[in-house]
Ligand binder design. Sequence first.
Ligand SMILES: Nc1ncnc2c1ncn2[C@@H]1O[C@H](COP(=O)(O)OP(=O)(O)OP(=O)(O)O)[C@@H](O)[C@H]1O
Length: 571
Amino acid sequence: MSLELRGVRKDYGGVEVLHGVDLVGHPGEVLAVVGANGAGKSTLIRILAGAQPMSAGEMWMDGERVELRSPHDAHARGIRTVYQELTLVPQLSVTENLLMGHFPRRRGGLIDWSAAHARAGELLESIGFGAIDPCTVAGRLTVARQQMVEIAKALVDEPRVLVLDEPSAVLAGSDLDSLFALIRRLQERGVLVVYVSHRLAEVLELATSIVVIKDGRIVETTEPARTGENELIRLMAGRRLEQIYPDRRAGHGEVRLSVSGLTRGGEFEDVSFSVRSGEIVGLFGLVGSGRSELARCVFGAEPASAGQVHVRSGAEPASVDQGRARSGAEPASAAPEHVRSGAEPDRARSGAGPAVRTGAESPPADPARARARSWAGSLSPGRARGRSGVVGFRTPAEAIAAGLALVTEDRKRTGLVLGMSVLDNITLTTLYSATRGPLIDTGLRRGNVNDMIDRLGIQPSGCASMPVVNLSGGNQQKAVLAKWLLAEPRVLILDEPTRGVDMAARVDIYRMIDDLARQGLAVLLISSDLTEVLGATDRVLVMNQGRITGDLRSDQTTEDEILAHSIGRTA
Ligand SMILES: Nc1ncnc2c1ncn2[C@@H]1O[C@H](COP(=O)(O)OP(=O)(O)OP(=O)(O)O)[C@@H](O)[C@H]1O
């Protein structure tokens, strides 16, 4: 199926975001669309999917002019779209999600469940996703597996055009290989694949042609043989990126986060590790390794069945202990004598770098930080509650009060309240800290948010009052980060923080994480991007089947070694 867009324009409430886009794709082609956050890729996808009308322009398929008035129209023409956001019904099984509306029936109209599961199983098998059990409830699958089911759903009846929006963002290892193999098979069958991704290495590997979109305009049409990653970044960002990952330093402070023997039946077992002040520790694991579940448990969002989580209040600057090697192999038993499990009053948080303090300190030079500090001073303390054999946080509120922050991987479901403004979202965890007497200080609140918008380069720049749902995906991700940075944590857990974020913005995020660590924050960076997990950290923990199987210094290991630990294939 050949597909052509001619002069496509789109405006939202009078603001034009696509300014006359021309695009041509042919059967069997993998047409990659790359661009910075907010460039207009998703808008283009929504137009192709019939989810939004173009304001002007034309669409042609196989030489015929078509008008898509709804997703149903696009579907009828053989166009299937898999969005970044998951659309599965979490309470239903994989089979139900896949075959909704197409269930095989017995005589009398009853659904033939065994035939349905068999058909779903065959479909998954035929596209190389046979590792997914069709009977599983979709909500129990990891985000990666759910993403794979989303893709399978688009293939239930033969598509002619398959639009994939960041399909690999949550996939790694063999799942990623399965996706690539699937795309090649679809190509052979003459399907036109439109592939939107920020992962440029992938784009260069898969694409037959690449279009670069910048500020709503196509600025280049090229192919992998004629370009490279640096050139694409330059075209997308309008600047060269000298260095992607900041240089990390050797010394770190005292242990800030200490996890010991943490167990949650069926998900992870006997997990022990620690993160020091000033240290960035990566956590890498493939689908099903238990890394995100572990993060949620450390954060009090899921109960543990055994083990301990301690967040140390910390009173020394991050620069102490500079001489100590960052071996990271420190056992959790090295946890400090003085541990915090959410019981201490907030004043115990003073002196731990930028992220933790009360008004007792001398004011910081940066007025933005000064404002933020005064917020943190009135956070209510958490309460310590022990269960038999378990010490940790029972709720995220306790964890937050103790100085923990978790940027979750699924921003739409657990990171943002989509119906609320950017301002309300960013101040969700700190709302009652920005007070003057009994009243919320709206000026202080807005000032803090605008500072964060500037600091993280959230686009468009005056977006505080916009519904967060109207931000582009990458900018939504930055809004989640902003929310947690305002909470001034002493331990920051980031689960896939650069998912959906363009390369230039990633570099800004790496730099920001590095700055925070240098100021004393302890950072746990969960990522399925091997290059990132190696480049942006001091040490990498590897998880396999719910256990930590590797603890490696980032400057002394390789992607292959990490991968080997993640599949249990070490010598
Ligand atoms: N519903 C909407 N109302 C107003 N503006 C919108 C809406 N949806 C998108 N925009 C704006 O349109 C522009 C393009 O957004 P789009 O989501 O298409 O970018 P993108 O290239 O997909 O970015 P990302 O890589 O971050 O997903 C952005 O400035 C965004 O804020």
